[in-house]
Each structure stands twice: as structure tokens, then as C-alpha cells.
Design a binder for this molecule. Structure first.
Ligand SMILES: C[S@@+](CC[C@H](N)C(=O)[O-])C[C@H]1O[C@@H](n2cnc3c(N)ncnc32)[C@H](O)[C@@H]1O
Length: 266
């Protein structure tokens, strides 16, 4: 599972060519480390006022790799932007690629099946869709409308993590495309959602983040889950203790080069 920063690195915008060149490198690294029969999921945005970049460039680049395309999933967000002058932008794209022939187990949503009447003949008997189906709930398909976008009132919220994905979405991917004990990798840990999802579903996880603050948050999120069963901080802060010490004048914050933040005890 990969969730790269969408063409924004340390608030510095790169050209789409540079971004795609950089993506090609981590995609190749991904191919190299994945087992022979594996799934690759990539979250990607599309700038609607700029020819949907970098989406078309990314999928074209992927066509030149050894990965095979398998599905283009759209997850619907609750809150969007551009509601007055355009269609409200509420979509999040999730690309599903395969290496070899990975297993895939069908997952169901919590949404009950309510539509009837799709008749089909099975073994000489005309059956209606509800009679034929294996579950009373619908499958997610490749349009997901049943996952709540993370916001500050939800327990899973991690303050300061601008790109946090819902735990339910990551768990859905992991449960569908891996087995217990398998290793999942995520090169862009951020709020540590993949690590937590692996912990909860019995997978091993190899994850990292270029920013030590996010790497620390990822570790703290797992440790806190193991201690308390909580999946996030809701309106609290992963650095509560440090912030209290600073407010009480017991510690100072040192901010050096980009990515260098340290707390020195006074
Ligand atoms: C969109 S966020 C990932 C969100 C994550 N899936 C979650 O649910 O919390 C992208 C992350 O990639 C990290 N990042 C950016 N460039 C990186 C690089 N070259 N190597 C590793 N991590 C990088 C950023 O620091 C950021 O935390």
C-alpha cells in the first residue's frame, strides 16, 4: 500500500515530470521488494483545474512497469471543495495493481442489500439476486461510499496528520489482498495507519517516513494502541507530554534544518 505526497514535498511544488520520475523510482523499489504474487495499492489525487495531473501521467508511467492494472477504486469523501462553481470534489482515487497472481478474498460492506429483482437462471431455476447472493450485505465494488473521512471528532484522528487515510479503508485492502502473517509495506507511513491496520489484522508491516516527526507519530500510535486499545488521539495530540513541558517552561523546542526537531529539557 502506498500513499505518496501528491506532488508536494516540503511545500515545494515539483514539475509533474519530476514527480513522475520520482514515483517511478519508488514503484520500481516496490516491485523489487514485493513477493512474486502481490498486490500494489496506490492512493493518488488529481488536480481538476490542471488537467487532472498527476493522475494521467502516473497511470501512463505504470503502463511501462511490470505491474498489471487491476482496478481503479474511487472512495467518496464526506467533505469536499469547490461546491459553488463546480461539482463538489469528493473523490479519492485508489489504484490497484498486481504482480503475478495475488490472492483476493471478497469483502462485504455493512450496507444491507435492498435492491431486488435481478433475475438469472442458475441450474435451471430462475433466481432473484437476493436468493443467489452469499451475503445479505453488498460488496464494496470499486466505488466505496461507506467509509467515513477522518475528522477531529473521530477516535482514529491523529492531530497534525493532514493526509491521514481511514483505518477502515486500509484494513479493507489488507484483508482482501493478503493473508495472516504476510508482510505489508508502506513507504509513506505518516499517521501510521498501515502499521496499525497490520497490527489489528495479524500482518507484519515494514513502514517508514522521511519526516522523523511522522515516524515518531507512527511508533507512538502503535504503542498507544497496544497500551490502551485506542486507535488515535481524537482531539488530543500525540505530543501532549512535550507540549505540556514546553507550556510549563520545562522544555524548549529546537527547530533546525528541515526535518530536524528536538526537545531539550531545561
Ligand atoms: C499522504 S501522506 C501518507 C498518509 C498515510 N497513508 C496515512 O494514512 O496516515 C504522505 C507521507 O509521505 C511522507 N514522505 C514524503 N516523501 C517521502 C519519501 N521520499 N520517503 C518516505 N516518506 C516520504 C510524508 O512525510 C508524509 O507523511
Amino acid at each position: 500500500m502506498q500513499d505518496p505526497p501528491y506532488n508536494l514535498v516540503m511545500c515545494e511544488k515539483r514539475s509533474v515530470e519530476e514527480f513522475i520520475g520520482w514515483c517511478r523510482k519508488w514503484v520500481d523499489n516496490c516491485y523489487a521488494v514485493l513477493a512474486n504474487d502481490s498486490a500494489l495499492y496506490v492512493w493518488l489525487g488529481a488536480e481538476q483545474n490542471n488537467h487532472f495531473q498527476p493522475f494521467p501521467q502516473f497511470i501512463t508511467m505504470m503502463a511501462g512497469t511490470k505491474f498489471k492494472s487491476a482496478s481503479l477504486i474511487t472512495m467518496r469523501n464526506q467533505r469536499g471543495y469547490g461546491t459553488q462553481k463546480n461539482w463538489m470534489a469528493v473523490r479519492q482515487e485508489l489504484l490497484y495493481y498486481t504482480k503475478g497472481k495475488p490472492s483476493f478474498s471478497v469483502r462485504y460492506t455493512d450496507i444491507p442489500k435492498i435492491l431486488r429483482g435481478y433475475y438469472k437462471e442458475v441450474n435451471g431455476i430462475i433466481a432473484e439476486n437476493l436468493q443467489r447472493s452469499k451475503s445479505k450485505n453488498i460488496r464494496p465494488g470499486n466505488v466505496w461510499v461507506d467509509i467515513q473521512q477522518v475528522f477531529y471528532r473521530m477516535e482514529e484522528n491523529v492531530n497534525g496528520c493532514y493526509g491521514q487515510k481511514p483505518l477502515k479503508a486500509i484494513e479493507r485492502i489488507i484483508l482482501a489482498s493478503s493473508d495472516q502473517g504476510n508482510t505489508v509495506t508502506d513507504f509513506f507511513a505518516h499517521a501510521g495507519t498501515t502499521l496499525l491496520a497490520c497490527e489489528r489484522t495479524g500482518r507484519r508491516c515494514v513502514t517508514f517516513d522521511i519526516d522523523p516527526v511522522f515516524a515518531e507519530i507512527t511508533i507512538r500510535r502503535l504503542e498507544r494502541f497496544r497500551r490502551t486499545g485506542k486507535i488515535g488521539w481524537q482531539a488530543g495530540n500525540p505530543f501532549e507530554r512535550e507540549l505540556t513541558e514546553i507550556n510549563q517552561g520545562k522544555a524548549d523546542l529546537f527547530v533546525g534544518q528541515p526535518n530536524q526537531i528536538a526537545l531539550s529539557r531545561i
